[in-house]
Design a binder for this molecule. Structure first.
Ligand SMILES: CC(C)(COP(=O)(O)OP(=O)(O)OC[C@H]1O[C@@H](n2cnc3c(N)ncnc32)[C@H](O)[C@@H]1OP(=O)(O)O)[C@@H](O)C(=O)NCCC(=O)NCCS
Length: 375
């Protein structure tokens, strides 16, 4: 690829669409090309395929995601696929946060493509209702003496890499930093029974633990849906705007169906408050079919039931279940806010080790564009 800055007008923007049938071209090829671009970016950053996406995941989102309006662009320059971008806004009434992402393949960087793609995807986010833009970006934690950007929250920092410089120059603030950690499941296994037993003893007779794989049993769905609804209000968000989410049984079912359609198996554990029979804590792991690392997804203990080791209880139980169901799954990845001490403490005891820092960047459009400065 020739060097020098590109003229943004020479970029071609191809939006992904749900294929009409199994032979719909060019829709299908476009999805494959998009996935290849995305994986070129994550593989360059992580050095392996641990953060790959799949055609199945993109297809499931294009055809079945009823809760989010997501637009995906494949960006072409002089016949080559050079970037991919995403903008997404929740469909729930009153939603205002647009999640944006702009990724340029390593061979095409440093020529102004990232800036052009970021600018374009902001317009797309705005067109589907965003008044606040947020971008979650993979970074390294800053090395000793390396230039860094500190989170506004006061917790954590990221290396001042190309993505950080681009975000700053576009007016984004680094509101929050998530620690990205990995668990070596084999090394952790020996201690899990002990962690589970100690947590169960600390929790006492008022709590019981239960686990399953796949969809939530009907009798637990209502209680679990209510707990899911608390994630947006209870998880630390620092200065990031958060849209309300209404969770009922139908939404829980949609969410689980969506995960399965993406090729992810759900591995779940909950704690039940015995006197009421209600679920009061949950955690779940998403297991990709193709052998990639599993994802430790949300964990939550209801505010009225904290301080009883229920976080450790459900996590240890679920990791034991994962070991029984997928003894070959060697690694689990997770993301936790740097200020989320209680959750980090549980993960550190389990053996999770930091491997990166994800930056939660935010720019409020309403503030920037509300007055005469709009031009
Ligand atoms: C961040 C990224 C999109 C930049 O893409 P790019 O095509 O190289 O970006 P541009 O050439 O338009 O440069 C944009 C700005 O990024 C920064 N930048 C780019 N290359 C850089 C480098 N090698 N060192 C430091 N800063 C750099 C500069 O601030 C630059 O500003 P300029 O336009 O005044 O030169 C690209 O590196 C990438 O895809 N990284 C991985 C995915 C990612 O983190 N995306 C970001 C948001 S989701």
């Amino acid at each position: 690829m020739s060097a020098g800055r590109i003229d943004p007008a020479t970029l071609e923007w191809l939006e992904l669409a749900a294929p009409a049938d199994a032979f719909d071209e060019p829709a299908l090829t476009r999805i494959h090309r998009y996935v290849a671009v995305a994986n070129a970016v994550t593989q360059a950053f992580w050095g392996d395929d641990s953060h790959d996406t799949t055609v199945g995941e993109i297809l499931a989102s294009l055809t079945g995601d009823e809760d989010e309006d997501t637009r995906r662009l494949l960006v072409v320059h002089e016949g080559r696929d050079v970037a991919r971008a995403v903008a997404s806004v929740a469909r729930e009434e009153g939603s205002s946060v647009g999640y944006v992402s702009a990724w340029v393949v390593p061979a095409a960087r440093g020529r102004g493509i990232g800036r052009a793609v970021a600018t374009r995807i902001e317009e797309v986010a705005r067109s589907i209702g965003a008044t606040t833009l947020q971008a979650w970006v993979d970074h390294r934690a800053p090395a000793e003496g390396e230039e860094a950007v500190a989170a506004v929250s006061g917790h954590g920092a990221v290396a001042a890499d190309a993505a950080a410089r681009l975000a700053l120059s576009l007016g984004y603030a680094l509101e929050q930093v998530d620690r990205i950690s990995v668990l070596d499941v084999e090394a952790a296994r020996a201690a899990l029974e002990g962690h589970r037993a100690a947590a169960l003893a600390a929790a006492g007779d008022a709590y019981a633990v239960r686990s399953w794989s796949g969809r939530t049993p009907t009798e637990l769905a209502e209680g679990l849906a209510a707990l899911h609804g608390r994630m947006v209000t209870d998880a630390p968000a620092a200065g990031l705007d958060v849209d309300d989410e209404t969770w009922d049984v139908a939404r829980l079912e949609r969410s689980e169906r969506q995960q399965e359609a993406s090729g992810l198996e759900l591995v779940q554990a909950i704690a039940i408050h015995v006197p009421t029979g209600e679920p009061v804590a949950f955690t779940w792991i998403a297991v990709p079919a193709d052998g990639r690392p599993a994802y430790q997804e949300d964990t939550l203990v209801h505010a009225e039931h904290r301080g009883h080791r229920l976080g450790m209880l459900v996590k240890a139980e679920n990791l034991l279940q994962l070991g029984r169901l997928h003894p070959d799954r060697a690694r689990i990845l997770t993301w936790n806010a740097e200020e989320n001490r209680p959750m980090l403490a549980v993960n550190e005891v389990l053996g999770f080790v930091a491997v990166g820092a994800e930056g939660g960047w935010q720019r409020r459009l309403a503030l920037l564009d509300g007055g005469a400065a709009a031009a």
